[in-house]
Design a protein around this ligand. Structure first.
Ligand code: N01
Length: 545
């Protein structure tokens, strides 16, 4: 072993990333008796919650299961303050977890991995860090996050803008004083949607440049009462198990009726009730088929467009905010905290850049094509890019992960398309494991994060007990999982509607990226069953040759 704080060293496992995934991996792999080092280029633990500091950042998952269930100490000692905790609170939670589970002694921060290469001769991974030091490990685990590599828009003149420009995921940690400023916001996904009301509170004026509108599920975030916390503690295992048994990993009621089997009045009543319940409850608790049936998805879309018309007073703005080119669930629905109402403010202006596209960015602002002919320049002082991420693969292809025969992960996926076995392992990359890899479930992520770490703990214990030197997806297992992922995706509206909407989960938001299903949509429980089956089969799908 080496000095955790700096320099080289040899470990059983090196984990890249100190967010939810990396912390769970460290805890569970330690329990398997492995020496483990977590490295992260950031200055603190938290992963996504370390990076994302934009105004309004908070989770879209309710506090109930947005946490680890595996540690009784953590469960008993941490008090959540509101239903959808803010980024700052989640970061504090992860710092508390790191302290309480004594994880910090095996975490090296400010340590950016530039290259990781496997040698079959030594059966070891060698990692080269930005400071020039090397680490060696039998097992390499990536916990780099599925939405962590920011995507910048390709807009002419972007680098000529004279004022400050911030990507949502690179917001200065010390904050930005927006008082009296004219802000331009490009991007209305979950990040931009959370940001708008708070930008409007702080700035003199906000111009929102919207390309594709979203179906936003409005909600509120009431304080969590002492009684609610006590009830959660008394029932925590059951709550988490309910989340694990839900297709999207949330502890919510699973509906029993199709949207198509009830009459209009009953459908409206159910939609209203779940809209009032707020956030993902609308997506999950209304009917069985909002994700699987184009007709049901279309009915939900019409209801949500009605809500936009109810909330937004200017009909033209309401119309521009209403998605019409794809139906509900074609994008991952964002949760709003006063998003639509923000458009009723004097200081918020919507520019529809589908009909009047952005021509270029100038030192003074953003120029769009005008209705009819000509151009309009929107003058701004601060530019905010809430333009998303190179999702699922971006963080893994941003540096060289070199497997057998010198092939990088980037080259492998460019050549063959996205291939993994259960989103955990890639053929040609022995003893390399992914947390939340491509083709894992779209979910409240604490469920797959935690279950994934527990699965790997058992898999590596099995390998060590049985003298298995390498675990690595077979090509057959990868092909099977690719087909399963495609099949599961095609059984939903999210595949075709996602392509129309340019959703990140089909690679549709990155120019030139191959359009393929990057998440598993067969549901968390089916996925967990497959992981359990792989283990019961003595990891045969991870044993090539
Ligand atoms: O990114 P996005 P995000 N000109 O890709 C627009 C998770 N998340 O960071 O749709 C103009 O959804 C783009 O327009 P279009 C969550 O899973 C979770 O908001 O491509 N616009 C779109 O509006 C989420 O789904 C939470 O037409 C351009 C926006 O930028 C995922 O992260 C909070 C453009 C990008 O939206 C990603 O969300 C935040 C251009 N050239 C995020 N290029 C919580 O749970 C891009 N856009 C709290």
């Amino acid at each position: 072993m080496g000095d955790v704080a700096s320099g080289g060293g040899t470990y059983d496992a090196v984990v890249i990333g100190a967010g939810f995934s990396g912390l769970a991996m460290l805890h569970h792999l330690r329990e398997a008796g492995l020496s483990v080092l977590v490295v992260d280029g950031a200055g603190g633990v938290g992963g996504t919650w370390w990076a994302n500091r934009y105004p309004g950042v908070r989770t879209d998952s309710e506090y109930l299961a947005y946490a680890f269930s595996f540690s009784r100490e953590v469960r008993d000692e941490w008090d959540w303050s509101e239903r959808y905790p803010r980024g700052e609170e989640i970061r504090a939670y992860l710092e508390f977890v790191a302290d309480r589970l004594d994880l910090r002694r095996d975490i090296r921060l400010g340590a950016t991995v530039e290259r990781a290469e496997h040698s079959d001769a030594t059966n070891r991974w060698t990692l080269t860090l930005a400071d020039g030091s090397s680490l060696h490990a039998t097992y390499l685990v990536s916990a780099t996050g599925l939405l962590s590599r920011p995507l910048y828009p390709e807009l002419p003149g972007l680098d000529t803008f004279a004022g400050p420009a911030y990507h949502s995921a690179r917001w200065p940690h010390e904050g930005v004083d927006l008082s009296g400023k004219r802000v331009g916001l490009i991007g209305v996904g979950a990040s931009g949607i959370q940001m708008l009301p708070e930008l409007a509170d702080q700035a003199a004026h906000v111009t929102v440049f919207q390309r594709t509108p979203n179906y936003v599920l409005e909600t509120t975030s009431p304080a969590v009462t002492a009684d609610e916390l006590a009830a959660l503690r008394a029932d925590y295992d059951a709550v988490f198990e309910r989340a694990a048994q839900h297709p999207f990993g949330v502890p919510m009621e699973i509906p029993t009726r199709s949207a198509l089997e009830v009459d209009d009045d009953e459908r409206r009543r159910v939609f209203e009730s779940r809209w009032e319940a707020g956030g993902f409850r609308f997506a999950n608790e209304c009917f069985t088929d909002l994700v699987s049936s184009p007709e049901a998805s279309a009915l939900a879309s019409e209801f949500l467009r009605g809500k936009i018309r109810e909330i937004v007073t200017d009909p033209r703005t309401a119309d521009a905010l209403s998605p019409s080119t794809y139906t509900f669930m074609g994008k991952r629905p964002p949760t709003g905290h006063g998003y639509y109402a923000a458009y009723n403010r004097e200081n918020v202006e919507l520019v529809d850049v589908l009909t009047t596209p952005i021509a270029r960015v100038t030192p003074r602002g953003v120029v769009v094509a005008a209705d009819g002919s000509g151009e309009v320049e929107h003058e701004i002082d601060v530019l905010v890019l809430a333009t998303g991420f190179d999702a699922m693969t971006g963080a893994l292809t941003a540096f060289d992960v070199v497997g057998r025969d010198g092939v990088t992960l980037r080259e492998r996926w460019e050549r063959d398309g996205l291939r993994t076995y259960l989103g955990i392992s890639v053929h040609g990359f022995p003893n390399f494991f992914l947390s939340l890899g491509p083709q894992t479930p779209l979910s409240n992520l604490t469920v797959p994060v935690q279950r994934g770490a527990q699965w790997l703990q058992r898999a590596l214990a099995h390998a060590r007990e049985n003298g298995v030197e390498q675990l690595e997806a077979t090509r057959e297992a990868e092909e099977w999982w690719y087909e399963e992922t495609e099949r599961a995706g095609r059984a939903t509206v999210m595949y075709e509607e996602g392509k129309k909407a340019g959703a990140w989960f089909v690679g549709g938001n990155v120019p030139g990226k191959r359009a393929e299903m990057a998440v598993y949509l067969g549901g968390g429980p089916v996925y967990q069953d497959e992981c359990a089956r792989a283990a019961a089969e003595q990891y045969a799908g991870f044993r090539p040759g």
